[in-house]
Structures are given as structure tokens and as C-alpha cells.
Design a protein. Structure first.
Length: 175
């Protein structure tokens, strides 16, 4: 079996963390600021944790699928989550291409690469959401919105890397 019970538990915990926080806090943050940072922060913090915890291709994608389904069940109009689903798959493919162990064994380079992948994936998510769900008509508006998502991806990537580095320093086992 590809995913062990431990991997499935990790995917479930990461999905629950992202899904619940995203459903409860992100709408409040959006209404107060009209900034999409929190969604991306939560997404990439959890996705980095999921790939570190499991070390298997598909884990980040499954987290994205589960969170999208869970969010749509709790907020049926939240179709923008499909942008985050695509971002999860892109992040999963990109991190797999470089190798999970390599990314987490090299503290400086691996952390930088994970942050870059978070930024790029979040930018893709922002482009999809801005184009299809926000109704932006101009390229400048779409790219600005994608840039805001990318900034949130940077923050989330940095928090995810710091969290994993702290777990490694405490000798918490993964992979």
C-alpha cells in the first residue's frame, strides 16, 4: 500500500487544520481587509508540513482535494477553493521533482526552494481565482491579485519552513 495509516492520519490532520482555520478565519480576515493573505498562509504552512510528515507524492494534492471538498460542504459558494486545489497539485509536483528528502536535508537551500514553490503556487492560485471567480477583467487586476496571493504564499512558506525546522531541531521524526 502506498499510503500507510500514518500517512493517512497526517493527511487528515493537515486537511482538518487547513480546512477548519480557512473556513472560520479566512472569511473574517477577507471582510476586514479584502486581502487574500490568510488563505495562502494557511495553505502553504500546512502543505509544507504534509509533505515533510509523509514524504510521499500525492499527499499535498490529497490535502488540497479534501480541503476543497470540506470547504465547499461548509460554504457551498466557495468555488474559489478550486484555485487552491490547483496550487496544491502544482506544489506537490514541484516538490516531488526536486525530492522531499533533499528539500528538508538542506536547511538553507531547501527552505529557500520551498518558499519559492509556495510563492509560485500561490500566484497560480491567485491568477485562477482572480480570472474566474473575482471577475477581474484587466490583466493588471489579475496580476495584482495574483501578487497578493503570492505574498501570502511567501509568508505561509516561511512559516511552514520554520515549523518544520523547529520540529527537526526537536528531533521529531518524519519521512
Amino acid at each position: 500500500m502506498y499510503f500507510t495509516a500514518r500517512d493517512i492520519a497526517a493527511i487528515a490532520v493537515c486537511s482538518a487544520l487547513w480546512g477548519v482555520l480557512n473556513t472560520l478565519l479566512s472569511p473574517i480576515f477577507w471582510e476586514l481587509t479584502r486581502m487574500p493573505f490568510l488563505c495562502d498562509l494557511l495553505a502553504f504552512t500546512v502543505l509544507i508540513l504534509a509533505i515533510w510528515w509523509t514524504g510521499k507524492f500525492g499527499a499535498a494534492s490529497f490535502v488540497g482535494v479534501i480541503v476543497t471538498v470540506m470547504t465547499l460542504m461548509l460554504r457551498p459558494t466557495a468555488f474559489h477553493m478550486t484555485g487552491f486545489l490547483v496550487a496544491s497539485v502544482v506544489f506537490d509536483v514541484a516538490t516531488r521533482a526536486l525530492g522531499y528528502k533533499r528539500l528538508f536535508q538542506s536547511p538553507v537551500v531547501g527552505s529557500a526552494v520551498l518558499s519559492v514553490f509556495s510563492v509560485l503556487s500561490a500566484g497560480i492560485s491567485g491568477t485562477i481565482i482572480g480570472s474566474f471567480f473575482m471577475g477581474f477583467k484587466t490583466q493588471e487586476a489579475i496580476l495584482s491579485f495574483a501578487g497578493l496571493h503570492a505574498f501570502g504564499g511567501l509568508i505561509g512558506g516561511m512559516i511552514g519552513v520554520i515549523t518544520v525546522r523547529a520540529l527537526i531541531a526537536r528531533r521529531v521524526r518524519s519521512l
